[in-house]
Design a protein around this ligand. Structure first.
Ligand SMILES: *Cc1c(COP(=O)(O)O)cnc(C)c1O
Length: 389
């Protein structure tokens, strides 16, 4: 059976070149980067090189602004808790949005239990945050604003430059979870006034369990894990050298290939969307029609449950998601679609197709052959469908 992987927002397949770069560090170059002898120095050199690769990929002013972590989740935790703690004497108010990844939402909820106050900004029907609503939410106690660059479920790209400029005007730190944006849209920290930014290795064809928190020089932040003097005293623990080397290589490749990759993904995604629209009735597009990641297509199939579509596609070798990988297994409608004001009945039938660099036109055409009969069969069995028609 053909296998078509369309769940690249959940994770990506690690690139061959990344594995090649990592192999020596999984075998012969095993030193601890903090050791002074030549084994340690070899590991340290690899870390320095990866830090430079990431800094150049992001457009950071200095490699010292790059902190390696265990992934996007830890980076979000470090950014939010770290700044909240360091700024506690100045204020106790944070601002985020209702559509963040659970790594941000649940970190904010944990801080609320510790006495912090959090404002969750609403979004419009496309998932966009308004710059005006941010301006109104900032008060004298506000110490941090955390808004995702692009949403993982619907792909909507937020007006991050404008939002970050408001924060800068008001003297409030700004963090962005850029895990989904990096490698997919062009990006440069030299023209983006954010203070902190999270990224993850496994979303850009690198290894799992490694990520980065960019911390602009001068930003006040406390460590959340305590131990040795690793990572500029901001993240204790012996560095995961092989994974960090892989992440560095993934960044280098992503930067070089982005323009071609972008064009290719848009073409494939639009082929999929147009095919679905021409072959299947009662379909709606979730997310912004233009301000959207090139690889992400979230559509609602009216009268159906996303879970049954997912399972039927899986039997044909096609991997998709009903939204966020972290919420599958529950039948609650997605918090993102709910915040966008999508009718819960429509949100139930949402399917996220997230494309990647391995996908081909043949993959898309295979989906366009298998999907319409599945939808028809499921609708024929659905009592909702008869009532609606
Ligand atoms: C995947 C993801 C994360 C979590 O990253 P991990 O490296 O898996 O911990 C955080 N934010 C967004 C938007 C994501 O898509």
């Amino acid at each position: 059976m053909r296998k078509v992987y369309l769940d690249n927002n959940a994770t990506t397949r690690m690139r061959e070149e990344v594995l090649e770069a990592m192999l020596p560090y999984l075998k012969d170059i095993y030193g601890n980067a903090s050791s002074v002898h030549q084994f340690g120095r070899a590991a340290r050199a690899a870390l320095d090189n990866a830090r430079n690769q990431v800094a150049s990929f992001l457009g950071a002013a200095s490699p010292e602004e790059i902190i390696f972590t265990s992934g996007g989740t830890e980076s979000d935790n470090l950014a939010i808790k770290g700044v909240a703690h360091a700024m506690r004497s100045k204020g106790d108010h944070l601002i985020t949005t209702a559509i963040e990844h659970s790594a941000v939402l649940n970190t904010c909820r944990a801080l609320e239990k510790d006495g912090y106050k959090v404002t969750y900004l609403p979004v419009d029907e496309y998932g966009l945050v308004s710059v005006d609503s941010l301006r109104k939410a900032i008060g004298p106690q506000t110490v941090l604003i955390s808004i995702m660059y692009a949403n993982n479920e619907v792909g909507t790209i937020e007006p991050i430059t404008e939002l970050a400029e408001v924060a800068k005007e008001r003297g409030v730190y700004f963090h962005t979870d850029a895990v989904q944006a990096l490698g997919k849209i062009s990006f440069d920290l030299s023209s983006l006034p954010v203070d902190l930014l999270s990224m993850s290795g496994h979303k850009i064809y690198g290894p799992k369990g490694v990520g980065v928190l960019y911390i602009r020089k001068g930003t006040r932040i406390d460590a959340i894990a305590h131990g040795g003097h690793h990572e500029m005293n901001k993240r204790a623990g012996t560095e995961n050298v092989p994974a960090i080397v892989g992440l560095g290589r993934a960044c280098e490749l992503a930067k070089k290939e982005l323009p071609d990759e972008w064009r290719k993904l848009i073409a494939l995604r639009d082929r999929l969307y147009q095919g679905i629209m021409s072959k299947i009735p009662h379909v709606s597009l979730f997310g912004h029609p233009e301000k959207r990641l090139p690889n992400t297509l979230n559509v609602g199939f009216k009268y159906l449950e996303g879970e049954s579509i997912l399972l039927n596609l899986d039997m044909e070798g096609i991997a998709v998601s009903t939204g966020s990988a972290c919420t599958s297994g529950t039948l609650e409608p997605s918090h993102v679609l709910t915040a966008m004001g999508i009718d819960p009945a429509d949100a139930q039938g949402a399917i996220r197709f997230s494309l990647g660099r391995d996908n081909t036109e043949e993959d898309i055409d295979y989906v366009l052959t298998m999907l319409p009969p599945i939808i028809q069969r499921l609708r024929d069995m659905s009592p909702l469908y008869e009532k609606g028609n």
